[in-house]
Ligand binder design. Structure first.
Ligand SMILES: Nc1ncnc2c1ncn2[C@@H]1O[C@H](COP(=O)(O)OP(=O)(O)OP(=O)(O)O)[C@@H](O)[C@H]1O
Length: 307
């Protein structure tokens, strides 16, 4: 297993009657782009706020960079950069002014970090342009530059695409991937739209009504969403032989109940059905399967997902 950067242990947060987090055990490993996905009110911000000490848990604990004690966590949190509530931006200040302001506020020595952060987010050429004239995407990138000032190892972004136009979303996604690739940054990023996370995340945590329903890698998710034909016939062994001998494919699996999931020939249904019926097999079920991302997610949170 990769080294864990962040783990939560039965993390629970209650607000009077409301359970915002219910015994959440989440693991973010070094190098992950961890997509934290859940509907509005699922508990994402609450967890991120606890990790960054903006809120306290009712019970359970957080381990950051191996530290769980109060004193250890104070040190470990210095290795985090976060945008949870957007940082205050000042309309009359330039990008560089902002970074200087936040550098001093956080006591980070030396000005070199400013040019470095500006270059990382592509704002190095904004010169005298004031924040009031920045697009939303530029403001978002300035926020990122502020979060990157202290050379963090873990970057936490709470719903960073909220309010961005499609171009801004693509820009942010590419930036996140670049920071992960070039700086080796571990990134925990929340969203309520799975497809937005899908083109960058290496792993997902699905949270619903305060409970972490599933942690799944990018590959596992793709596997679950892979298009296939679901076939049930009266003689499974014979059908499998036909798939291999006549159609020349081994890209299938047989489930415990005898259903065959055929991953090839998805767009050539006729050829498959003809091959089976010509060999006197009785087709009991023959249908396309495989969710797209959003329907997988919807079913998962609806608790209706099978196999
Ligand atoms: N300070 C608070 N007082 C009372 N209830 C709260 C507080 N903060 C959050 N909650 C409740 O806890 C639940 C989880 O909220 P949270 O903000 O963590 O969800 P979220 O997944 O981040 O959603 P969103 O994207 O809408 O912020 C919600 O039902 C919310 O109403």
């Amino acid at each position: 297993m990769e080294q864990a950067v962040l783990t939560t242990h039965d993390l629970t947060k209650k607000y009077k009657e409301q359970t915002a987090l219910d015994q959440v055990n989440l693991i973010v490993e070094k190098g992950d782009i961890y997509g934290f996905i859940g509907q509005n009110g699922a508990g994402k911000s609450t967890l991120l706020r606890i990790v960054t000490a903006l809120a306290r848990p009712t019970s359970g604990s957080v381990t950051l960079f191996g530290e769980t004690s109060e004193a250890g966590l104070i040190e470990a949190r210095k290795r985090i950069g976060a945008i949870i509530e957007s940082p205050a931006l000042f309309p009359d200040m330039t990008a560089r002014d902002h970074l200087e302001y936040y550098r001093l506020l956080r006591g980070i020595p030396g000005k070199a970090c400013i040019s470095k952060a500006l270059a990382l987010v592509g704002l190095e050429d904004t010169g005298k342009k004031k924040a009031r004239n920045f697009s939303l995407g530029m403001k978002q990138r300035l926020g990122l530059a502020i979060a990157l000032l202290g050379d963090p190892e873990l970057l936490i972004l709470d719903e960073p695409t909220n309010g961005l136009d499609p171009g801004g979303i693509v820009e942010l996604r590419e930036l996140v991937k670049k920071l992960n690739r070039e700086l080796g940054l571990t990134i925990l990023i929340s969203s309520h739209i799975l497809s937005e996370l899908h083109q960058m995340a290496t792993k997902y945590g699905i949270i619903h009504k305060g409970r972490l329903l599933e942690q799944i890698t990018h590959e596992e998710l793709n596997e679950k969403c892979k298009k296939h034909l679901r076939i049930r016939v009266d003689d499974v062994s014979k059908a499998v032989a036909i798939l291999e001998m006549e159609l020349g494919t081994r890209d299938y699996e047989v489930l415990q109940d005898g259903t065959i999931k055929l991953y090839s020939f998805y767009h050539d249904v006729k050829r498959v059905s003809l091959a089976l019926t010509h060999n006197n097999l009785v087709i009991e079920h023959f249908a396309p399967g495989g969710d797209d991302l959003e329907s997988y997610y919807t079913k998962r949170v609806g608790g209706e997902l099978h196999d």
